[in-house]
Design a protein around this ligand. Structure first.
Ligand code: XMP
Length: 326
């Protein structure tokens, strides 16, 4: 039978055959796919792999630690962490337009990753151990979407990765390209990755930056990170993770409203809870989260996050609303 163990064994063999004695780099995003792909390649070639984690400071509470501690503990992989938080904040200063945020984040990410990859290449030196390979967590649906069936695997596997310069040319290693998302999650479990990492809900590449409506600042990120962590914790506690596709928590950073908290009048910010049910994110319905759970989330956020004095619920389907607010 085609079990996860078979899949892991087969892919490990293939990766070994492809990479031989060379060195290989894997960029970890904090997401499921890159973590599982990295874990598989680590299983196959061990220390020949160096993982790179660009910490742009836009992940949610605990996610950077998941990569730096839990991923490393589970896989034994060598990890190079680049703390680029200040660099991303500087690049995003004054920017409020959603697409401008995305462009800046994409551009900075490529630059930082490129520099890190160059360092890995330089450290490895030339000769038999030269770095030639880059791991990508491409899934089967991505392959189909980009028009590459199995017949074009050879053509597709030897091209430069989008955004990296010509002199930094890698051959791609894509151990997940025959798998669907749920299989990737089960392969991740088989490889011993932590459940929180493997069963993580979809999270956009630009991260919390597109959940702050307005300029992204360190203070605003800290506020949103706390509110988001509370919402996630309570939804999980209520057993709703499998019913909810994702639940963005959005900080309306340029809106203020009057409230009474503790000793007196406050003039704080609202957050929006955006729990949605969906099959594929193309369409979505707002989730009918039980009132008790919403009440707990609201009480905790307004009690525990000083800057937030109002919690609102988004009851718009997609269409017409998108899942994210930006
Ligand atoms: P929307 O907001 O378009 O989101 O309904 C649909 C799905 O896509 C995710 N999303 C993104 N993912 N980069 C990503 O990697 C992005 O810029 C981005 N924008 C939205 C969103 O979280 C949802 O799952």
């Amino acid at each position: 039978t085609w079990t996860m163990v078979n899949i892991v064994e087969e892919q490990v063999e293939r990766v070994r055959a492809q990479i031989g004695g060379k060195r290989v780099v894997c960029g970890l995003s904090g997401g499921v796919d890159s973590a599982v792909a990295g874990a598989l390649v680590q299983r196959a070639v061990g220390d020949q792999l160096t993982c790179v984690f660009v910490d742009h400071g836009l992940l949610r509470k605990g996610e950077a630690e998941q990569v730096e501690k839990d991923f490393v503990a589970a896989t034994g992989a060598t990890l190079k962490v680049v703390d680029a938080q200040q660099r991303f904040l500087t690049a995003l200063a004054g920017v409020t337009d959603p697409e401008a945020k995305r462009k800046i984040i994409g551009r900075e990410f490529i630059r930082v990753f490129e520099q890190a990859a160059r360092e890995v290449v330089a450290e490895a030196g030339d000769g038999d151990e030269a770095v030639e390979f880059l791991v990508q967590g491409t899934l089967y649906p991505d392959v189909v979407e980009s028009g590459g069936g199995t017949g074009t695997a050879n053509i597709k596997s030897h091209h430069n990765v989008g955004g990296l310069p010509d002199d930094l040319r890698f051959t791609l290693v894509e151990p997940l390209r025959e798998l669907f998302k749920d299989e990737v999650r089960r392969v991740g479990e088989e490889l011993g990755l932590p459940a929180e990492m493997v069963w993580r809900q979809p999270f956009p590449g630009p991260g919390l930056a597109i959940r702050i409506i307005g300029e992204v600042t360190a203070e605003r990120l800290a506020v949103l990170r706390e509110a988001d962590a509370i919402a996630r914790e309570e939804l999980t506690r209520a057993g709703l993770d499998r019913d909810i596709w994702q639940c963005p928590v959005v900080l309306l950073a340029d809106v203020r409203s009057v409230g009474v908290q503790g000793d007196g009048r406050t003039y704080g910010h609202p957050v929006v809870l955006r729990p949605v049910s969906s099959e594929d994110a193309m369409t979505a319905d707002w989730s009918r989260v039980p009132y008790d759970v919403l009440a707990t989330i609201s009480n905790r956020i307004t009690n525990e996050v000083r800057e937030i004095n109002r919690v609102t619920l988004d009851i718009t389907s997609k269409p017409p609303g998108t899942i994210e607010w930006e």
